[in-house]
Design a protein around this ligand. Structure first.
Ligand code: ZN
Length: 72
């Protein structure tokens, strides 16, 4: 019988490098791959301005990230 236990849960986060749309710096973000498509805001650690991340993931992991500034 198949049972889900917390000890067998996978980590569905993966670090990725994106270019901040505000300051152009390459920054590392941790993306959540448990959702196939999601959009969220994260503050740039360099210039502290919000960047909007659109993350797509597939069966093999991270499929793509689009980044844009809050005012674009
Ligand atoms: Zn920045």
């Amino acid at each position: 019988m198949f049972r889900k236990t917390p000890t067998h849960m996978q980590q569905y986060t993966e670090p990725a490098i994106v270019d901040c749309p505000c300051c152009g710096e390459a920054v590392e973000v941790l993306v959540d791959l448990s959702v196939p498509l999601q959009e969220y805001t994260e503050d740039c650690p360099v210039c502290c301005r919000p960047m909007i991340l659109k993350v797509t993931s597939g069966e093999s992991g991270l499929a793509g990230i689009e980044v844009r500034g809050e005012n674009d």
